[in-house]
Design a protein around this ligand. Structure first.
Ligand code: PSV
Ligand code: MN
Ligand code: MN
Length: 426
């Protein structure tokens, strides 16, 4: 399935006048305030977010899963789905694969297919949170942290295999998310679990190609509900430091205890040059994996404000790898991702409007009210015409969601794949 560029252009024509009118209005206002609008639009046009292969089907909860018709059943179909999202939004130029769910059969063909959609391969993800068909040892009581050396070896070997697969596709990073931990007090020895994890990560790190990065994700709970071995950014940061300069912390928005100040974590990591990757989603209670910006858009803006500050002031930090990590239980997954991308771009655009110089002055003068005004002024600006302009510039849709619906993409996918196809994933 491939969206015809001409169909997007035809839909764009229908609302072009409206767009131009609203863009001119906001562009004039911002220019008067000293903002270089073209610069902001270009940054939005360049901003690309990877889509995880597991977010293209319905997710489900531990109580059940309600399938969504026309889900991608193969890696090829997953790439096609990201291609469709990218054609409309021009913001989803990469896919993040999870091994063993997404092992390509024909590497050349898969690379060609991705290229035809202008999609690259982002971080590859290993999976030692489930037992796999071809493995002999169980991860029930942990993988990289396990006290049993043979289990650790199997988990390290799996990660090395994932690197090899990613390397053949042109990926440049490995993300490790560990489910390891304990469900009950006394179940494990904290120190030995951490020590074994450190050793295992160092072994994986030793297999990284020269130009690769290792992203270490943290999460405070789930699936273990008493303790998690890599529970927070501090633990991840420490492990990354002990691995070496190619190892970084990965921040997933849902992986924090309630009310954690994520923007402060981002700032600290960037100052130390250790923020490697970023997973977007939203939540009300825990790792809810809801649509980005659906619950706490102001918090997302504040996080972006810290990210923009870091990107402009911290050359010691590499450009972070952006990815959506959400789960779609009741919505069309593709529509949900389009909504997430819009929210991400919106928060980014608003953060780019923050008058950093004025904010710094207000901070120096301890003018707390002014500091708040500066942030909220940026946040209250309707930046949607800027997003539209960036998409238009790259050949995308002025209104991705409307266009997705009016082109009947889901109907086409169901016709092609059937109503009962099931995506492999979380
Ligand atoms: C589990 O919490 C999780 O959502 C992590 O965030 C990982 O990034 C993802 O699964 C894929 O392994
Ligand atoms: Mn994640
Ligand atoms: Mn998660």
């Amino acid at each position: 399935m491939k969206i015809d560029k001409q169909h997007i252009e035809e839909r764009n024509q229908q609302s072009l006048d409206d767009h131009l009118e609203s863009f001119d209005y906001i562009a004039n206002r911002l220019t008067k305030n000293g903002i270089e609008v073209e610069n902001v639009v270009q940054k939005l046009a360049d901003f690309q977010v990877a889509i995880p292969s597991w977010a293209l089907g319905a997710g489900g909860t531990r109580f059940g899963r309600f399938g969504f018709q026309g889900e991608p059943g193969t890696l090829e179909q997953k790439i096609d789905d990201v291609g469709a999202i990218h054609a409309l939004t021009q913001t989803a130029g990469a896919i993040s694969l999870h091994i063993p769910w997404d092992v390509p059969k024909d590497y050349t063909a898969i690379k060609e297919l991705a290229q035809s959609h202008q999609i690259s391969f982002d971080a590859v993800n290993s999976n030692t949170f489930q037992d796999q068909k071809n493995t002999t040892k169980s991860y029930k009581f942990g993988s990289l942290s396990n006290i049993d050396e043979a289990i650790r070896e199997q988990a390290v070997e799996h990660n090395n295999e994932v690197i090899k697969i990613g390397n053949k596709l042109g990926s440049k990073s490995l993300t490790v998310w560990l489910a390891d931990g304990a469900s009950f007090p006394g179940q494990t020895n904290f120190q030995s679990a951490l020590k074994q994890t450190q050793k295992s990560l160092q072994e994986i790190y030793a297999s990284l190609p020269e130009d690769w990065k290792l992203f270490i994700e943290y999460k405070p709970y789930e699936p273990n509900f008493y303790s998690t071995v890599i529970q927070d950014w501090g633990t991840s940061f420490m492990l990354a430091n002990e691995c070496g300069e190619k190892a970084y912390t990965l921040v997933d928005l849902g992986h924090h205890l309630p009310n954690t100040n994520i923007e402060q974590i981002v700032s600290t990591l960037m100052m130390k040059g250790k923020l490697g990757g970023f997973h977007f989603n939203d939540s009300k209670y825990g790792d809810d994996d809801l649509t980005v910006g659906s619950v706490k858009p102001y918090a997302l803006f504040l996080i972006f404000n810290a990210l923009v500050y870091g990107m402009e002031n911290n050359p010691q930090n590499p450009y972070p790898a952006w990815m959506i990590d959400a789960s779609h239980n009741i919505k069309d997954p593709l529509e949900d991702i389009i909504q997430s991308l819009e929210a991400i771009q919106e928060a980014y655009a608003k953060a780019l409007l923050v008058d950093q110089k004025a904010l710094n002055e207000a901070q120096q003068n301890h003018d707390v009210v002014k500091c708040q005004e500066i942030l909220q002024d940026a946040h209250r600006t309707d930046v949607r015409p800027l997003l539209q302009k960036a998409r238009l510039q790259n050949g995308g849709a002025l209104h991705p969601l409307k266009t997705y619906r009016s082109l009947g993409i889901r109907k086409q996918l169901v016709a092609e794949r059937g109503a009962n196809s099931v995506a492999t994933g979380l």
